[in-house]
Design a protein around this ligand. Structure first.
Ligand code: FPP
Length: 242
């Protein structure tokens, strides 16, 4: 039986962030090239996006390409960039039908021009949708974002002290609430430079399931575990019960 019925529908995380990992190993385990795994990973992107919108998640952030991913073999980088274009183009009607807004974080102006243009087109076309925002982290890293924020503050010649609230306004994630739940697939237990500032109080959920096999039920399992954790934000358990 699905774990869905055990989930408290009033406590769905507003923002879920996912490190989609394991495409390459998934493909290798099937004797296929890594790119086959990325293609399959796109199917999971579609499924998890639709399910998230259906259950009332407001923001879904997917780590699609990190600033470090440029170090991969050129053919794989090219394949990922082409996949980005073809996926955005192909999924546009579904995003419109499901009332999902597409946005991006990261140094997107440095993406290959075809990918950049297709991304901007998708962002523009879906800008009035308001059921859920799908945020693609592209050419993104947490340190890049933090340094960007610091340098902008310096450029503005600001002399007054910066607090957390002000600092957040300079991040590329300024508009989004911090993710309550951060998921990483494929058994790796690290953040790999993803949402370093924003994940300070996120519940971290690691699963051995590789991204192409991460399905609707896998998302419910993550949400169920999240709902059964105690989020203390530095307080004691007793304080929370008062
Ligand atoms: C990690 O698997 C995955 C990526 C670096 C890219 C994720 C991209 C997709 C799912 C497809 C494109 C996405 C969109 C939104 C169009 P890995 O290659 O690091 O796997 P491995 O750790 O097994 O080698």
């Amino acid at each position: 039986m699905s774990i869905f019925h055990k989930i408290d529908k009033d406590k769905i995380p507003r923002h879920i962030a996912i490190i989609m990992d394991g495409n390459g190993r998934w493909a290798k385990s099937k004797g296929k090239p890594r790119v086959f795994g990325h293609n399959e990973g796109v199917k999971t992107v579609r499924e998890i996006t639709e399910v998230s919108a259906k259950i009332g998640v407001e923001y879904l952030t997917l780590y699609a390409f990190s600033t470090e991913n440029w170090k991969r073999p050129a053919y794989e980088v090219n394949a990922l960039m082409s996949l980005l274009v073809s996926t955005i183009d192909k999924e546009m009607d579904t995003l419109m039908k499901n009332n999902i807004k597409l946005e991006a974080i990261g140094n997107i102006t440095e993406l290959p021009s075809r990918s950049y243009k297709s991304l901007l087109k998708g962002i523009e076309r879906t800008k009035d949708n308001d059921r859920m925002t799908l945020v693609l982290a592209l050419n993104y890293s947490g340190r890049w974002d933090i340094l960007n924020a610091v340098n902008t503050i310096i450029k503005n010649n600001s002399t007054s002290p910066v607090d957390e609230k002000i600092f957040k306004e300079y991040l590329s994630t300024a508009k989004y609430p911090d993710p309550e739940l951060l998921i990483r697939t494929s058994g790796e237990i690290r953040l790999s430079n993803f949402l370093l500032w924003e994940s300070a109080y996120s519940e971290l959920y690691f699963t051995d399931i590789k991204w192409p096999d991460f399905k609707e039920e896998s998302l419910y399992e993550a949400i169920y575990e999240y709902q059964n954790r105690e989020r203390r934000f530095g307080k004691t358990s007793e304080q929370l019960k008062k």
